[in-house]
Design a protein around this ligand. Structure first.
Ligand SMILES: Cc1cc2nc3c(=O)[nH]c(=O)nc-3n(C[C@H](O)[C@H](O)[C@H](O)COP(=O)(O)OP(=O)(O)OC[C@H]3O[C@@H](n4cnc5c(N)ncnc54)[C@H](O)[C@@H]3O)c2cc1C
Length: 465
């Protein structure tokens, strides 16, 4: 058996793991990273990147279809669009491949050793990796668990046949005529919306009484409206029961307790993600768990000295940028730098239509935390750039503490607001007040102008409403 020794071993090369390894390499730490599938993890291969590529394809197709139907308000017409979904998927796979190669190049540049295979703990300092050429034993002073997450499977609706996960949905080479999405969270709605734009008749089955349960009704309102306009049937308070006897649909129990069948060529199950710990040999360690997730402290340390955990395997918020920030921090801690998790906010985005972005506290969360509030909201209907993009739905909302005027949270819903997350994140991280935002010149005409306007509204003197 080959033996490798190193200072830092990272298990899993998703955004958490590969960023940790790169930063460690930059700091001169002798680092090994183990990956059982492809570099880049869920995010790059079957998550963030491929989903946004397919959302883009759907948006372009919808624009062309609108023009073909003569529905644009500015007189654009075009021929009936046709989409070769196989080619679109190949284009998406090409982007993924380029990014895979990019990650490999960055790891090599940082002098990180890459080992392909599945890692299993033997003890707190030793991991055995099953590689194509046989088992390799790796001994490390510090080990980072960055094994990520996988889609939750419903026992009465297992993946296979016409029941697919987000990974299956991103690989479809034909648009299903009828798609039922089980779960109205961001992954289900992003993909459901994309397939609706590509021509599928989409139904969304959500057990709770609202879509995107983590966001308030003001933020989700424009998304519900758009889903209706796209012909998406949203069944709230409804439970999936299992496939129809012929396998041509889904049996559900509706909110009023009645059983109904929804015809479907494909059933996309997006009911959450679970940590990947099976086969990792955690029984050979003594870690504290938080349910099925690994419990961590403010330095991403686990209950065992020298073992860290980062990213989705540590629970919510399961977001790529959180995993990356944790990875970078842990590398610096292993290098002996004085770091701890001191972030004030982590932006969460739904790439739905329109998009939602939220950083920091929502009005309800801020009230629950006991703050007296000043809230300002500015509608895109009064923003010139939104009008010129034909995207007037939505708003920017700023939540501040009354008195100090410290901004506690910023939310927006609207076309293209994901790009505003940078400004929102910076404002929260830098401890901005309403006056700081109102006093910053925002270029005209941009969607970003709605940000100082919302701050001015909270201060009682918005200029454009
Ligand atoms: C459809 C979809 C869309 C998404 N969109 C977004 C988005 O827009 N923005 C966002 O921030 N997040 C998004 N996410 C979530 C994002 O993908 C995750 O938060 C992110 O990938 C977590 O990173 P990670 O490094 O913790 O784990 P992962 O990316 O899951 O990587 C873990 C890696 O560890 C490897 N591994 C597991 N076990 C072992 C083992 N025993 N040995 C060796 N290797 C192992 C796996 O093969 C995997 O490559 C999306 C997810 C999905 C499914």
């Amino acid at each position: 058996m080959t033996e490798i020794t190193c200072k830092l071993l990272v298990i899993g090369a998703g955004p958490g793991g590969y960023v940790c390894a790169i930063r460690a390499g930059q700091l001169g730490i002798d680092t090994v990273i183990v990956e059982s599938t492809k570099l880049g993890g869920s995010c790059l291969n079957v998550g963030c990147i491929p989903s946004k590529a397919m959302i883009h394809v759907a948006e372009e197709f919808e624009k062309a279809a609108e023009a073909a139907a003569g529905k644009t308000p500015f007189g654009l017409t075009a021929a009936e669009p046709k989409l070769d979904l196989k080619q679109a998927v190949a284009w998406k796979d090409g982007i993924v491949q380029r990014l895979n190669n990019g990650v490999a190049g960055l790891l090599r540049k940082a002098k990180v050793k890459i080992v392909h295979g599945k890692a299993r703990f033997r003890d707190g300092k030793t991991v055995v990796v099953e590689t194509e050429t046989g088992p390799k034993t790796i001994q490390a002073e510090a080990i980072v668990i960055a094994t990520g997450s996988a889609p939750v499977e419903l026992p009465f609706l297992p993946f296979g046949g016409n029941v697919i996960s987000s990974t299956g949905a991103l690989a479809l080479t034909e648009v299903p005529k009828r798609l039922v999405v089980v779960g109205g969270g961001y992954i289900g709605l992003e993909l459901g919306t994309a397939f609706a734009k590509l021509g599928a008749k989409v139904s969304v089955v959500e057990a709770q009484d609202k879509i995107l349960p983590l966001y308030d009704a003001e933020l989700t309102g424009p998304i519900s409206k758009r889903l209706t306009a796209l012909g998406v049937e949203v069944l709230l308070g409804a439970k999936a029961l299992g496939p129809t006897p012929k396998g041509d649909g889904l049996r559900i129990e509706t909110a009023d307790g009645k059983e109904r069948s929804l015809p479907a060529d494909r059933i996309l199950v997006t009911v959450g993600r679970k940590p990947v710990t099976d086969g990792l040999g955690l029984e050979n360690l003594v870690l504290d768990m938080d349910g099925r997730f690994i419990r961590i402290g403010e330095r991403c340390e686990t209950a065992m000295r020298g073992i860290y955990a980062i990213g989705d395997v540590t629970g919510e918020p399961m977001l790529a940028h959180r995993a990356m920030a944790q990875g970078e921090m842990v590398a610096e801690i292993v290098a002996g730098l004085p770091r701890a998790w001191d972030k004030r906010g982590i932006a969460a985005i739904c790439f739905t239509d329109p998009e939602i972005v939220s950083v920091g506290l929502s009005p309800d969360e801020a009230k629950r935390a006991g703050h007296e509030l000043k809230i300002g909201q500015f509608p895109f209907a009064a923003n010139g750039r939104a009008m010129t993009r034909h995207g007037e739905a939505g708003f920017v909302r700023v939540v501040a503490q009354a008195g100090s005027e410290l901004v506690l949270g910023i939310q927006a819903v609207g076309q293209g607001v994901s790009e505003l997350s940078a400004a929102f994140g910076l404002a929260i991280e830098m401890g901005a007040t309403l006056q700081d935002i109102a006093g910053t010149i925002h270029a005209h005409p941009t969607l970003g102008e709605a940000f100082p306007e919302a701050a001015m509204k909270a201060l009682g003197h918005a200029l454009h409403i």
